[in-house]
Design a protein around this ligand. Structure first.
Ligand SMILES: [Zn+2]
Length: 308
């Protein structure tokens, strides 16, 4: 069995609020040709294009920001996570401002958007980044690594000095378990005090209980509470999947994150791409994977795949 590249079947639009600007943003997703990858287009800047690849990452402090010549698109990670999960290789995303809409703070609205657009298979083979040797990046007590594996596995450990979050560990083998079920609904989270100080800097103007889990003191302010008992660590996994997709290809390997964030994920991607001592491209996964391997995009999205 070969695995083929995909794009979407037809254009779709969605509008939502920008987390930092507080303004409405409309995105339009469009089919893109084979081997073209994921490209963001700033409609408001004369169709300025920015490829979603790690060398275009320009800021990782509050979210993953890609840019070129000073033109940026902020908060691409949740959208990239949905694309990775559904195995979308080629896509154009038109945006009419400097950031992606935050939607509900998770990636499920983007999963629905792509489902609405439908997925189209090309006859060109998908290229994977197969990790051959361990790569690790450390920064004080934070750490990320990629290890050889026959599947795409992710694990994450977080440790917040806060009783509602505390230490959380979660791991998932995405060839066996559904991203949509287990990861996609996990929302971003923050502390009310931080939101207030960000607002003084004109940031997080669109942040609300509609697009984040917000903690104040020892309480979760969202009326309906959490979507998963360990929603925080699941969101970190959602973020990592999105950040890793800036490698430009899906990974066959095992990622683990220890108290890490966008910054280390981005450095990890740069280190991978800087040297091919650690990885190789593969096109025919069945030569490398064990027989049980089932790329998770196929298990998740086969029901709405369309023939090429
Ligand atoms: Zn996030």
């Amino acid at each position: 069995m070969h695995i083929y590249q995909t794009t979407i079947n037809r254009a779709e639009k969605v509008t939502g609020i920008g987390l930092h600007s507080g303004k409405n943003v409309t995105i339009k997703i469009k089919p893109a040709p084979v081997n073209s990858g994921i490209t963001f287009i700033r409609k408001d800047l004369n169709n300025f294009s920015i490829k979603a690849i790690s060398e275009n990452v320009v800021d990782t402090r509050l979210s993953t920001v890609i840019g070129r010549n000073g033109n940026i698109v902020q908060t691409v990670e949740h959208f990239m996570s949905a694309l990775s999960a559904l195995g979308i290789d080629n896509l154009i995303i038109e945006v009419d401002g400097p950031e992606m809409p935050i939607m509900d703070g998770s990636s499920i609205p983007f999963i629905y958007l792509i489902k609405e657009a439908g997925i189209r298979k090309f006859s060109a083979k998908k290229r994977y980044i197969h990790i051959k040797n361990k790569i690790e990046i450390k920064d004080h007590d934070k750490k990320v690594s990629l290890l050889p594996s026959n599947q795409f596995k992710i694990s994450f450990f977080l440790d917040y000095k806060h009783p509602l979050i505390d230490k959380q560990f979660f791991e998932i083998d995405l060839s066996k378990y559904s991203y949509v079920e287990e990861i996609s609904r996990a929302r971003t989270f923050g502390f009310l005090e931080d939101v207030e100080s960000l607002r003084k800097m004109n940031l997080a103007l669109g942040g609300s209980l509609d697009n984040a889990v917000v903690i104040s003191g020892n309480k979760i302010l969202n009326k309906d509470g959490l979507r998963y008992h360990n929603e925080f660590v699941r969101h970190k996994i959602l973020d990592a999947i999105g950040d890793l997709y800036l490698l430009g290809h899906p990974i066959i390997g095992s990622y683990s994150g220890f108290k890490a964030g966008h910054d280390l994920n981005s450095k990890l991607c740069s280190s991978v791409l800087a040297s091919n001592d650690f990885w190789e491209f593969v096109e025919m996964p069945d030569k490398i994977y064990d027989r049980s391997f089932n790329p998770f995009y196929d298990t998740v999205s086969e029901s709405f795949l369309l023939p090429a």
